[in-house]
Ligand binder design. Sequence first.
Ligand SMILES: Cc1ncc(COP(=O)(O)O)c(C=O)c1O
Length: 358
Amino acid sequence: MRHKHSDYMQWSKTQSRARFNLATSGVASFSLGDLSVNWENLGINGDNSYGYAPLQQAIAAHHRVDPDCVVESAGTSMANHLAMAAILEPGDEVLIEHPTYGPILDVTRYLEANVKRFRRLEENGWAVDPAEVRRCVTPKTRLIVLTNLHNPTSVLTSESVLRELGDIARSIGALVLVDEVYLDAVYEDTPGTSFLLGPEFVVTSSLTKVYGVSGLRCGWILAQPDLAWKMRRLNDLYSATPVYPGELLSVAAFQHLDLLRQRARRIVEADRKLLRDFLKGESRLCAIETNWGTTSFPRLLNGNADSFLKRLRSDFDTSAVPGRFFEMPDHFRIGMGVNTGMFDEGLKRISRALASDS
Ligand SMILES: Cc1ncc(COP(=O)(O)O)c(C=O)c1O
């Protein structure tokens, strides 16, 4: 049977909630009122067969790329699916970072690709090591896949490493897919999209994680125009047209992007400060700390994260994401950026749960 599900997504939709919910990865949502939208100007139908031109232009301007390279999609989820489905044939070799965001693996399995992995090691600060990638590619590798920032750890991959990956891909006729949904959570000297580094790069992203407008499902792919066109044709199988009111609201979100980002930044930074103090005082956990991003991925020094998290939720009404969804069962993922009071209390409850364990 072909792989046709995502265990992580199902868990996230049905079992991740708690009063103190640290199982998030995106920032708090903003209300429509924050976008100063005039309801009179919203419409139901519009000229958007292959995307709404003002939205494509807004995405293109955000990344300084040609609008012909922009493919609208329903979130980064659909962007990843369309990108990989347009590039890969069944049996093609795809080289994916380990650990990674589970649904990326699920999609490649659904597409019946031959999935290989390259390791990002905790002892190496979860960095992408180009030598490891070079060791793992073969002449059959069609696609190299990574997230930047990395989900679950929020580690940033530098431009020089990305360029090396581009060189490796070029040498074997492969492409590099970079999921950049968290990249704008680098709040100072924000790197430009890796799409600008060369024609080997395909990028996916959305407004869902860093801007607090997840419900708009405003996602996109950046690809060379011929590949972008293949992706739009493929999307014809899934959707006749995008949701026009969603596109109008997404254009409004782009007009207020700095405001949305700055508001979220204040919460993320307050949470990060609490997280640093928490990790400093918590001898039962260790974690690679980052300056950016909305998630952290501590390791439980003693014991199994799954049973710990079950108890954390049932006895302390607090949730975090089990590391097994990232193939790292000793770890768990904590999310920042929603509500600092909730985050603070969630961390305190994690400490109490850890103390009652030992
Ligand atoms: C790396 C990564 N890519 C894609 C997604 C899905 O994003 P979207 O909500 O834009 O579909 C997530 C969600 O957690 C993610 O972590």
